[in-house]
Ligand binder design. Structure first.
Ligand SMILES: [Zn+2]
Length: 295
């Protein structure tokens, strides 16, 4: 398989699209309002022209001002628009995620500003999450993530957050924080995210048959016995949680190497960031546009 390592949205592409703040402002105007749109004041379908000195455009009929960054994350920031755009670009194209330190270094802003920008971008990404039920064949697997890097491993390690991952084969990955690994909790998360009638693969934590009464075809693979897949004669499907496990593997390595410590408080945002990237990885340009359109 020839998997090209070339970035889909190169740095060169980025600077060609957004050479300066002006180009960024124009882009925000385009995605939020359109250069031709019904004026909110005179109601004419009007064209708008750029005003100098302010981040605004004016209606060609009545002169009403439109401030494309009003009400967005860019509104009250002294950080140049191009820096914001570049930060979003890094989020879209960096597989292991972007730390505050990295943003600080790349953008030349303070750590505090960089950290805030990162959190804001994660929040935007979180607001893009799709809440359609997963279906088809869905793999479920819980993991313990975050905590300090003192080599603590395994289930229930102190300072770690428990998360549940769900991967629709050939479809989306979803991940949520869960309070514990009680059977009732796992079942509840499944009911809220996976369509009844789906085939569900889990490890032995969700004992075989736990979900059968809810209309799922459930197969569990006993990892404790070093068994990683099982053929299901009822459906002809092979149960395994390999896809969701590789997601957790990348997530854990990234958190360890890039973020050092992710507290439970912000875990949702990091999960949103990583699932978003995983679900859109073949379309980095589109990912970028989606995030900017969300500001
Ligand atoms: Zn007007």
């Amino acid at each position: 398989m020839n998997k090209s390592k070339a970035p889909l949205f190169s740095v060169r592409d980025f600077f060609a699209r957004f050479p300066d703040d002006e180009a960024c402002l124009q882009h925000i105007m385009d995605v939020r309002f359109g250069m031709k749109h019904p004026c909110r004041k005179c109601l004419n379908v009007s064209t708008f022209h750029r005003l100098s000195g302010v981040r605004a455009f004016a209606c060609s009929y009545c002169g009403d001002h439109v401030h494309p960054t009003a009400g967005t994350v860019f509104e009250d920031t002294r950080t140049p628009l191009q820096s914001w755009f570049y930060a979003i670009y890094l989020f879209v194209t960096t597989r292991h995620g972007v730390s505050g330190k990295e943003l600080q270094r790349q953008l030349g802003v303070t750590y505090k500003t960089a950290w805030r920008m990162g959190m804001k971008i994660r929040e935007l990404i979180g607001s893009l999450q799709d809440f359609d039920m997963l279906q088809g064949h869905v793999e479920l697997d819980e993991a313990y993530v975050g905590g300090y890097r003192a080599g603590k491993r395994g289930r229930g390690a102190a300072g770690k957050t428990i998360v549940m991952g769900m991967k629709e084969r050939g479809g989306d990955m979803r991940a949520v924080v869960i309070p514990n690994v009680k059977k009732s909790t796992l079942r509840d998360v499944t009911l809220r995210n996976v369509e009844a009638g789906s085939v569900v693969s889990t490890d032995e934590l969700m004992s075989y048959g736990l979900l059968e009464g809810d209309g799922y075809v459930h197969g569990s693979v006993p990892h404790g016995e070093k068994i990683w897949s099982a053929y299901d004669y009822r459906t002809g499907e092979t149960h395994s949680t390999n896809h969701v496990e590789s997601f957790w593997k990348l997530f854990k390595v990234s958190v360890r190497s890039t973020h050092i410590h992710v507290s439970a408080k912000y875990m949702d945002r990091y999960l949103a960031e990583f699932t978003f990237r995983s679900n859109h990885r073949v379309m980095q340009n589109a990912m970028f546009d989606l995030i900017v359109a969300r500001v």
